[in-house]
Each structure stands twice: as C-alpha cells, then as structure tokens.
Design a protein around this ligand. Structure first.
Ligand code: NAP
Length: 289
C-alpha cells in the first residue's frame, strides 16, 4: 500500500523557515515583503486559492493587499494599474488572479508584470530561467510538484518520469525542471491520449505527475509498482473533490501517492509565498533574476 505524500507537513516546514527569514528581513530592512493581488471581478473558482493566499501571508508576516476591480474593467485600466504597481518600490510581488473576464488578455498582463515582481513565476523571463536550469521565481504548481517528488528522497538522475498535461503552469515548466535534474522526461498531452498510447507511457513511469483535470483519466492498473505518483488534478465529482488518478487502485501499486485534496494544493500557496520572499530579497540586493 502506498505511503501518502501529503503536502501539508512539507509546506509547514517550508513556512517555518520562511517565517524566520521574513523576521530577519524585517529587522534588516525595516519592512516585510508585500504581495499585491489583482482580481478582476469576483470568481468562485479562484476563491479557495485567494483565501489560502490571504491566510498564508498573514501567518507568515507578508503584507497582502487585494485589489478587486469591477468585472467590466477595460484592459487598459488594468495595464495602468500593473504599471503603477511595478513602479511602487514598496511592492515586492504581484499576482494576477485567474480566471479573468472575457475582455481581458491575461497573458499580456502577466508579461507586463515586472519580472522581478512576478509572484507566480509566469513571466517569460522567469520561464526562460527555468529553461536555463537556474531559476529563482518558477511557476508555483510546478515547484510544488518538484518539491513533493524530491521529498521522497528519490535520486532523479536517469529516472523515467512521465508528466501528463503540457500546460504552461504545470507540465511544461515541470518537464524542464526535472530535465535539469537529469530525469528522462516524457510529456504526454491530448495527442498522446487521443492516440491511445497513454497506458504504455504510464506503465514505465517511475515518477508520474498528472495535471489534466479529468477524473479517473489515469487507471490504477497502469501504475508501475513502486512508482511515485503526484496527482495535480482537481475535479468535483458529486460532493467530493478527486484527482485525475484512480486513487484506490493506484495506491495498491505506487510507493508514494498524493491525496486529493491535501497533496499539491497546500504547497502551491507556499511556493507563492516563497516567490514573494525571493522577489523581495532580489529587489533589495538589486539582483537580476
Ligand atoms: P490545463 O491548462 O487545462 O491543461 C490540461 C492539460 O491536459 C493540457 O495540456 C491538455 O492538453 C491535457 N489533456 C487534456 N485531455 C487529455 C487527455 N485525455 N490525455 C492527456 N492529456 C490531456 O490545466 P492546468 O491549469 O494545467 O490544470 C490541470 C489540473 O490541475 C486541473 O484540474 C486544475 O484544477 C489542477 N490544478 C491544481 C493546482 C493545485 O495547486 N492543486 C494548481 C493548478 C492546477 P491540450 O492542451 O493539448 O488539450
């Protein structure tokens, strides 16, 4: 039976260290890191993440400001706000809450955030650092997955890693991060699924990360004996939240498996806080990220 790979204990340890670091930074610079969130309209799907951000920031001593703009705010107004936030030396990091209303070009806004204030690590320049294998601000969910995998003590060198899902926030950056650890990385996506060859890739995965958003996509019987399974998916089925992997069956074969909820989620918010502190330090040191 697989050992549960829970996010909370790992997140708690990282936050304990962050809290001390923030206290030290505060006594050295006379101020704490400040994270500003930009939300356009109210969105129920991001409410849980938003609540977690506020709670984590408060517990850690990070100043958190939520800017909620009306649902019909024009693109240009949001761009002006981001420009102002970029220029404000008091602000260490900026996050654009997703999803955004139809009239808003989110990608353009993310690209406008100063790369040294990019809390989510989604600016092209930070993604470029991931490509170069030496990152400071990486996408939070991808960092969370890497942290979970590494927490098992696995030596990734030469290991067969399969990632399902090639999104910009998870699959793509994670594949590069794992590659920089010399894992043999395969990225599966809709083409792999539609061609019907997902099972054969998954069956040889010593490490499997799934980030798709389809309940039960990955059958338990496909899991390699002794594999590490990180399930990023969040799916509502009836009154339950489940991942993309058939948990019960997969647990019989895997050595480690993340629960859903309680696996990747708690670490994602922690990585956002970590990025905020990294951004603060980089700006104080006038370091190029
Ligand atoms: P996304 O942007 O929709 O990406 C999903 C990926 O899955 C795409 O690359 C898609 O390929 C691929 N895909 C779709 N159907 C497939 C199939 N049948 N076989 C193989 N690949 C398939 O989603 P995301 O933002 O990465 O999020 C993925 C899941 O993780 C969601 O459930 C989301 O809620 C969850 N999530 C959790 C956290 C957390 O902190 N716990 C954070 C972020 C996301 P194409 O693009 O080519 O169609």
């Amino acid at each position: 039976m697989a050992e549960l790979l829970k996010g909370k204990p790992i997140a708690d340890k990282i936050k304990e260290d962050l809290k001390k670091e923030i206290e030290d930074l505060k006594s050295k610079f006379g101020k704490s890191p400040k994270l500003v969130a930009v939300q356009i309209g109210e969105n129920s799907s991001s409410a849980v993440y938003l609540k977690a951000q506020i709670k984590n920031a408060e517990n850690l001593g990070i100043e958190y400001v939520l800017n909620t703009l009306p649902e019909d705010t024009p693109q240009q107004e949001v761009e002006q706000l981001i420009d102002d936030l970029n220029k404000d030396e008091d602000i260490s990091a900026i996050i654009l809450q997703l999803p955004v209303p139809k009239q808003i070009d989110a990608k353009r806004l993310v690209n406008l955030i100063d790369s040294v204030k990019d809390a989510e690590g989604m600016h092209p320049s930070n993604l470029g650092q991931v490509l170069l294998g030496k990152w400071s601000l990486a996408p939070c969910t991808a960092s969370a997955c890497l942290t979970l995998v590494e927490s098992t003590g696995i030596d990734l060198y030469g290991k067969e890693v399969v990632i399902v899902g090639h999104s910009e926030i998870v699959g793509k950056p994670l594949s590069l991060m794992l590659l920089s650890k010399f894992a043999t990385t395969t990225v599966c996506h809709i083409g792999t699924g539609e061609r019907g060859v997902l099972p054969e890739h998954i069956k040889r995965a010593e490490v499997l990360v799934v980030a798709v958003g389809k309940a039960g996509l990955i059958k338990g019987e496909w899991i390699k004996e002794g594999a590490i399974v990180v399930d990023v998916g969040i799916n509502r089925v009836g009154d339950k939240i489940v991942g993309d992997v058939e948990f019960q069956e997969a647990s019989k074969r895997a050595a480690h498996i993340t629960p859903v909820p309680g696996g990747v989620g708690p670490l994602t918010t922690t990585m956002l806080m970590k990025n905020t502190v990294e951004a603060f330090k980089a700006q104080k040191a006038k370091k190029i990220i």
